[in-house]
Design a binder for this molecule. Sequence first.
Ligand SMILES: [Zn+2]
Length: 284
Amino acid sequence: MPRSMKSRFRASGSALRVIHHLRAPHLMGRVHILCYHRIGADDESDSLTMPRWLFEQQMALLHRDYRPLSLGAAVACLAQQCPLPPRAVVVTFDDGYEDTFTRALPVLQRWEIPATVFVTTGYVDGLSSLAWRLKVPMLSWSMVRELAQAGLDIGSHTLTHPELAQLSFREAEEELVSSKHRLEDVVQQRVDLLAYPYGHVRSFDEETQRLVMEAGYRAAVTTVPGSNGSGTNRLALHRLTPSRRDVAALAMQLAELPLDRGLAAALTYGVRRKWAPVHVAAAA
Ligand SMILES: [Zn+2]
């Protein structure tokens, strides 16, 4: 850990450790999966964009106080009912934005955080055409290959980012199978993890899950909030969207403590005072 960040962690450590001690006992043996989309410039923050300085602090926190696992390792543990380490956490990225490569990867490498990138294959080498966003550059195929070579897991986010449950059987199957095969061709590894586009309860149903299983996926993640244990349906795993408020808010989320209560506000205030934004030299 860089020295400047070490001292900031020490300064903020007591408040964050209080949060850990408040972590609910029912979270033992469970894993939280975090869902990121874009990593923005330091002054860039919106509902899909985490500013880089805060992402850096969040990854430093996971490195220090949690047990980051790859999604594949966590799923294997859930399937075999082997014990998960305390404070197990998984980092994932949806859609396949170029900044996953240019901004997230250097931070993940610095803090030794494994991660999974869910790529919408029809957007690769182009601009996002997601209707609610300005057009932003997406990963290139060479970046997808380099992410895999860097040790990140590559998963599918379908071909065109539809709500799978709204498609015909044949269309949904095409979305699941073609994206999987294209990614496997590029990364030369088995691709068996899926993130449902949108991920809310209406975007996938039992029929969708059957198609996902038949297409050869072993696990699929949603955006339905919560943690995951051995009893969780592995074709409908829960994820959390990390708070963009500050690093203490993420600790509160991982402890499943309410973000809006007075206790949270008091703890967060203590941390916020001691945590100036950490600006790290831009990788790109
Ligand atoms: Zn998406």
